[in-house]
Write a protein that binds this ligand. Structure first.
Ligand code: 5GP
Ligand code: MN
Length: 379
């Protein structure tokens, strides 16, 4: 059981009760925690707040291994009959996504520390007049962007925090069975993703949540089959190539993998298919810090905008991935799992300089102390 502020729960219930159109948002390139939490919100609203319309709006596509959650929420008989749920992806339908967001009178955000994490939806989400609610577990949330914020870092995932919130809501009254089954399954999925299947960020409350959900009938084995055993072959081939040919291990105790856009294309990969790769080098005893950089599609010849790498960082206890991401990669996240970006031109002149940048910045970071150094000492 997680202690929550009962006034905030009351306020959330009041806000949901008067809203007629609720947009549900999360971060770009959504992972299991992002999809699980947004699907759970949609399913919960559908069942417990029957007079509101719901829009689930994603910036980019949902990975194939997690699309079962979207299918389950959109196949709910009640929902489709009353046409109360709409799902939009801004990447493929920018105007529709924008219109749905603009027409919302409440915006419900999950798994983001701030609106800047919403990719192309950031501007529309910032400028819309509707009040915004946040449920999140990242460090340093942008409190000023939200009218009501549930933010905890002593928890496994946004899905876990949402579980405790939903359980405390007046319509549920502590009875897990009153949380819709689609929502329960989605919450279990997101928590399982963010704990890396119970390998990290597991708190006593996390195990209580898992136990209660399994007791309520959630089929964890089926979820694991979707999440971990339904990938395409090219994911495994790409892992073999990147670990075999691209992994650099340094004697200072860090490792990195850099993947350029041509490799990404050649393996025919899609968003989310390399989930988990960055964790693998941490299985080496001496490696305390692991980085994975993947180049996004570079600009067309002569383009003015430059390009970027997406950066994933994981660390062992005592090494702050969050500080490294904040100091050198325009990002953040959690102490042991963070992300960010590396821009060219800007941070580096061009993509071939990425390895040098990683070596220089990680060495500076490690030399200055891994946990407690102040940002200005690093630069
Ligand atoms: P991943 O490496 O799985 O993409 O992200 C790891 C963690 O860092 C997640 O909690 C994610 O939300 C966060 N994260 C990823 N990219 C960024 C970023 O560009 N900025 C910030 N602030 N957080 C990020
Ligand atoms: Mn999360």
């Amino acid at each position: 059981m997680l202690e929550l502020d009962s006034k905030a729960i009351f306020q959330l219930d009041s806000m949901l009760s008067v809203a007629s159109s609720i947009a549900v948002l999360t971060h770009t390139s959504p992972d299991g925690d992002a999809i699980g939490s947004t699907v759970a919100v949609a399913s919960f609203l559908e069942e417990l707040y029957p007079s509101c319309e719901i829009s689930l709006i994603y910036d980019t596509l949902v990975p194939e291994t997690l699309s079962f959650l979207l299918q389950e929420v959109s196949q709910d008989d009640d929902l489709s009959a009353r046409n109360r749920l709409k799902i939009a992806v801004a990447l493929s339908e920018p105007l529709r996504a924008r219109a749905l967001l603009d027409s919302a009178d409440l915006v419900f955000c999950t798994d983001i520390s701030g609106l800047s994490r919403c990719g192309s939806l950031c501007d529309a989400a910032s400028s819309c007049k509707a009040p915004r609610v946040l449920v999140d577990h990242h460090l340093n949330p942008c409190a000023e962007e939200f009218s009501l914020m549930f933010s905890r870092t002593d928890i496994s995932s946004s899905c876990e925090l949402l579980y405790w919130i939903l359980k405390a809501m007046p319509g549920v009254g502590g009875d897990v069975q009153r949380i819709p089954s689609v929502a329960r399954r989605a919450l279990m999925t997101g928590m399982t993703t963010d704990t890396n299947n119970f390998a990290n960020s597991v708190f006593p409350s996390t195990l209580t949540m898992a136990s209660e959900l399994i007791a309520s009938g959630v089929d964890r084995d089926d979820i694991l089959c979707h999440m971990l055993q339904s990938y395409r072959e090219n994911r495994v081939r790409a892992f073999a190539h990147l670990l075999g040919e691209r992994m650099v291990v340094r004697s200072e105790g860090y490792a990195y993998i850099i993947m350029n856009y041509a490799e990404w294309k050649n393996f025919g990969l899609r968003d989310g298919e390399l989930e988990g790769l960055v964790n693998v080098p941490l299985s080496i005893r001496e490696v305390r810090l692991s980085l994975f950089l993947r180049e996004d599609e570079p600009p067309a010849e002569g383009g003015q905008t430059g390009g970027k790498f997406r950066v994933s960082i994981r660390s062992k206890r005592g090494v702050s991935a969050n500080r490294l991401a904040g100091s050198f990669f325009h990002g953040g996240g959690h102490e042991q799992a963070s992300g960010g970006k590396l821009f060219y031109p800007g941070d580096i002149a061009g993509p071939t300089d990425a390895a040098l940048y990683v070596d220089e910045s990680v060495r500076k970071f490690l030399l200055s102390g891994t946990e407690n150094a102040k940002d200005d000492e690093l630069k």
